[in-house]
Design a protein around this ligand. Sequence first.
Ligand code: IFM
Length: 435
Amino acid sequence: MFPSTFSWGVATSAYQIEGAAATDGRGPSIWDTFTHRLGTICDGSNGDIACDHYHRYAEDIELIASLNVNAYRFSVSWSRVQPLGYGAWNEKGFDFYSRLLDKLEEKNIAAHLTLYHWDLPQGLQDRGGWLNRETTERFADYAAEVARRFGHRVASIATHNEPWCTANLGYGNAQFAPGVADTALSIQVSHHLLLSHGLAIQAMRAINCPAKLGIVLNQWPATPATDSAADRAEAEWEYARSVQWFMDPIFKGRYPQKALDRMDMEKFIVHPGDMQSIRQTIDFLGVNYYFRAFVSTEQPPRMPEAELGYSDMGWEVYPQGLTSLLLALREEYPALPPVYITENGMAVADKIEDGKINDEVRIRYVESHLQAMRAAMDRGVDVQAYFYWSLLDNFEWNSGYAKRFGLVYVDYASQQRTLKQSAIWYRKLLAADPG
Ligand code: IFM
């Protein structure tokens, strides 16, 4: 049993499902530019149409409601509501999110809004993107405008989704938009993302935004492959550069020394006052959990023997990592606010057979992670929400449409949605324990 106030949900993001890339005045984002560049996406696809959610949102919210969830996490496409990322707002873009919120209200589903799920307006990229410090101010303007319009209609607003990915995959190894491979630049980008988070929180507080405000971080505990001093040191470094790199500035007002010691800080510029700007009180921390880091100094790196197997992404299924991660966060950050598990889910090579998608393995995945989350709650961690990633199969970034995370199967040719067995299981679970 979970507390009666617990939020149960499903999550999506704008570029992955909306489509309607050039409809009603939406401006291009860096993901439009990136996906249209040859060789960037495994199956050569893009998010031009995706799940066509822009036109099918009402049907999709009916689906969400049919799952018995009481919460829905989605993101706003910045370039839909402000085509260039600066200057004029696009009323038609805001109207879309207003209609979405109307429908969620009608169904009594709490809305959890994310401001930035990786789709920077191309107009800002043309001015230097996240390497340009000014982008942090534009982000704060955007946050304040969204909060002014929707702050009273949503339960929470997260500034960023997984800034680790924006910095490391967008600027570190070029797997994601905008496709830059320069580690030193990725470090500067991570600082600007954190700064923009702090400025956005301040801007939203300044207008007395009634929604809960926070950030969503992807996190993993790091396990050394062996007990050797080298592997243990490597695991500590991994944890410092991924988890603590984002947590320490927000909760302690400084970067972790263990990470600074080994990073290329030559091009790193932090202005006086930045760390205070980043260290804002937040009302919740969103944790996205998928796997642990299994750290080995051996080459090629040793893979863990995965008791519960690997997902279709090649990620180890390791539910106990969620318990240990949450316990570690509570231990290390006394000011830790309530935690929302804002993403957790599994890619499976799903197939429709006789109109059915038998994804037993996904059911076991969710079940085991809910148990792991519950174990951390029993030991005192204040977890208040769980969102399955994702509602629908969707555009999985550089994997295109080849990876399916949804509770709901999408036939992209017909846009037909079919509930997988996991969706039916989740619906029953929530009917029995609605939180
Ligand atoms: O699809 C992504 C999502 O956009 C961010 N978190 C991880 C998911 C699965 O890779």
